[in-house]
Design a protein around this ligand. Sequence first.
Ligand SMILES: [Zn+2]
Length: 246
Amino acid sequence: MKRTYSILTVCVALAMCVGAVVAANSRSAEAASNKTRFARPNYEFAREGAVLDLTRYGSLADSRRLARFKADEQACHDALTAAGVTFTQLPEMHASNGCGYREAVLVKSSLTDWKAPDALPMTCDLAARMHMWERHIVMPAAEKYLGSPVVEIKVFGSFQCRRVAGYDRLSEHSFAKAADIAGFRLADGREISVLDDFRSKGARGDFLREVHDRACGLFDVTLGPDHNADHANHFHLDVGGERACR
Ligand SMILES: [Zn+2]
């Protein structure tokens, strides 16, 4: 009887142990599934140290990636290089009146020729966004509306020490954080001009209005002919941190 009793005790204890283990396992499985459910998506390119991929655009992670261009100069340089953009780094520059730049580059080659009367010093952040605009917005829009690739982006300028017209403050051009885009040249020789074609009803106008409107998703400030008469002949694209899309 005593033996039967002790066997019974062992069996009950064993059953309780097994039950406890099963319950614990099911709790940890539930915790793991909750963790999975609420985990942030593991964006490969948002990891510290990972090279930002400029050839990707159009996901929910874009704003986090774009923010890293501003915060991390080395990550920005690595991203340009990985995307095939060649450039030289410029030394920090301090001009009079508070103008100047740091972390600037001179782009030597991108997908198209960035044609300008003078050199185009740009912060790496601006250069990276210019490349993404060219790659993901300008090139596809040219194929879509005009049936020919863009070979040249005509740029009036980037760095210039000056005030915002009508305001008592420095323009983002004063810090190499802005570029003024005058137009485009296509592989078939056609020239597309912001001044002449922005309001046209045909394909040229459709192309220009699309590359202007979609620039708003990449740059902090995008201004065009609809903003004011000062912008009748160019798009102003800047990464100064304020927000406007006009
Ligand atoms: Zn401008």
